[in-house]
Design a protein around this ligand. Sequence first.
Ligand code: KMT
Ligand code: NI
Length: 174
Amino acid sequence: MRAYWFDNQPGDQRELHDSGRAVDPAYLSNLGVLYYHISDEKDVDKLAAERSYKNRDLITVSPEKMGAVYEEKVKSFFHEHLHEDEEIRYIRDGTGFFDVRSEGDEWVRIYLEKDDLIILPAGIYHRFTTDSKNYIMATRLFKEEPKWTPLNRGPEVDVNPFRKEYLQSRTPVA
Ligand code: KMT
Ligand code: NI
């Protein structure tokens, strides 16, 4: 895992877009974003049990696996959105980026590779993209009734109760 401020420069979303300014895990945890490096799958089972996650699936995002819809899929994952439930992803192979919004509404880019596990809190605006290698395989964990529907950013979603609750849970910066 490596986190840094997104550079906001034009160019393909799959490029690094590294501003050169690092973001540390403590800052991420203040946003409610949790990160773990887990090499023993049993530890994922433990975490899933603790948080009442009962189901999971394995997704491969690559042109080989997705064929003609790959580019379209990658674009749709990159639309800024939130969920009414946590988003947990455990990277099994390949690499990719999750971008999350900071308190100041800037993008923090989080580079993930094998054995990285990330938890995005309900209500945080985020997006996902593969990198220039165009390949990631990840376990997606979900509770019995997944509330995964991405809610794209807009005036209605800005006042979504899960969004409000998330904003209240965040420690304000001085
Ligand atoms: C998401 O939430 O955007 C995804 O599930 C993308 C694939 S998981 C790396
Ligand atoms: Ni999402």
